[in-house]
Design a protein around this ligand. Structure first.
Ligand code: RM4
Ligand code: MN
Ligand code: MN
Length: 396
């Protein structure tokens, strides 16, 4: 790597931050069962402790996303405890995720439920979540809906669209000026005939009508297999409607596999579209990079470190694309030349520069190694093993 490339890599490292999900540290599973990890976090405090450990070793995960039902058992009154954990473990609360899918009431939907009392309950829960975010000084309220139907003819799709439109507007009215409402889409699961917010277009329309502080959230696992996600990203950027990401990888569906484990080039291409937009527009895209993964086989903290370092590497590689040269190649229709600029950047090994950067920040050069030597895992395994055996925190 030459001096210019190292400089670009260092500049990319200075700006790149990624948020970890609290639910990634708790015991989770599949529809078929859970394999309990003795070291998994059993409380909100332990999730902060684990997230704090990842931030301590990588330096790039200063925030942790919270799920209201799982992390804020006393609603807005949990804010005091959360602030305490945040101070104690050195990570700030990040996006607040209302939970509109787990309670029995939501069997037939939340914002799309035919029963007005349940819609009201879902709205109140969202308003409470906005209040929690306000108290925690969290900017983003992240909305994911399990709403949909399983059989043709069983739901009035247009009526439900109207309910979503009206209710998201109402949520938007509850926001403080600095807050944002992120609207996530997903084409399938848990509903398998129709999902109320199935794709980015639906999310875009709903966000637009909700108000200027509502933006689209792209979860990389929430697409059909052949979909061109970076094109969606480019379109949302050009519409000023991209709010953030839930990063994960997938082979088949919403697999929530480790970022970059299946298709690292796709993540690279997504970052490339963002950095190209920033170069052309001369402004920083206002995007929340978040991870939405939970692993029941890999060690949770190791997996988080693996994800974060992979994201960092792919972001740096994307930062190596020479945008000026790319523009020239595109103008001349030099297809091989243009494509090679991306391929060469992707093939560049950025790891040694990342290690140097870590060293310059007083961070361990190899965070995974440092974690394995820290004794943290042995300590929490001892502390939590008994609790984990009887007390399985739920997710799936
Ligand atoms: C969904 C979606 C949401 C996440 C839930 C648990 O598939 O990705 O973001 O909160 O899972
Ligand atoms: Mn998600
Ligand atoms: Mn998902």
């Amino acid at each position: 790597m030459d001096a210019r490339q190292s400089e670009k890599t260092i500049n990319a490292l200075e700006t790149f931050r990624i948020e970890l999900p609290s639910w990634g540290f708790a015991n989770t599973g599949t529809r078929f069962g859970k394999f309990i990890q003795p070291a998994a976090a059993t409380s909100t405090e332990e999730k902060f402790s684990d997230a704090g450990q990842v931030h301590l070793l990588t330096g790039v995960c200063p925030t942790v996303a919270l799920h209201v039902l799982w992390d804020c058992p006393d609603g807005a009154n949990s804010a005091g405890d959360i602030k305490k954990y945040s101070r104690r473990y050195g990570v700030l609360p990040g996006a607040i995720n209302p939970n509109l899918f787990q309670d029995q009431e939501y069997k037939y939907g939340s914002f799309g439920n035919p029963d007005p009392a349940i819609r009201e309950r879902a709205l109140n829960h969202t308003k409470d979540s906005i209040e929690i975010a306000r108290r925690l000084e969290s900017r983003d309220i992240s909305m994911w809906f399990a709403d949909g139907s399983n059989y043709p003819g069983t739901a009035n799709i247009r009526q439900r669209k109207q309910w979503f439109t009206d209710m998201l507007k109402e949520c938007h009215r509850a926001l403080s000026p600095e807050q944002r409402l992120l609207v996530e889409y997903k084409p399938f699961e848990p509903a398998f005939y129709h999902t109320d917010i199935a794709d980015w277009g639906m999310s875009l329309l709903l966000s637009r009508s909700a108000g200027p502080q509502a933006k689209v959230l792209v979860d990389t696992g929430h697409h059909y297999a052949a979909q061109n996600i970076e094109q969606i990203v480019a379109w949302l950027l050009s519409e000023d409607m991209l709010g953030g990401f839930h990063f994960n990888d997938r082979r088949y569906a919403d697999d929530d596999l480790t970022l970059g484990s299946i298709d690292p080039y796709q993540v690279f291409r997504i970052f490339h579209e963002i950095l190209l937009f920033e170069w052309e527009s001369g402004k920083k895209a206002n995007i929340a990079y978040m991870v939405d993964q939970s692993h029941n086989l890999k060690g949770k903290i190791e997996e988080a470190i693996q994800t974060v370092t992979m994201a960092q590497e792919l972001f740096c590689k994307a930062a190596l694309v020479d945008h000026g040269e790319l523009a020239t190649a595109q103008k001349k229709c030099d297809l091989v030349g243009a494509e090679s600029l991306l391929q060469d950047a992707f093939a560049t090994d950025v790891r040694s520069v990342i290690q140097e950067w870590r060293g310059s920040k007083g961070l361990p050069k190899n965070p995974m190694e440092a974690f394995r030597q820290s004794g943290y895992l042995e300590r929490i395994t001892k502390e939590r093993a008994a609790r984990n055996l009887q007390n399985v925190s739920s997710y799936a």
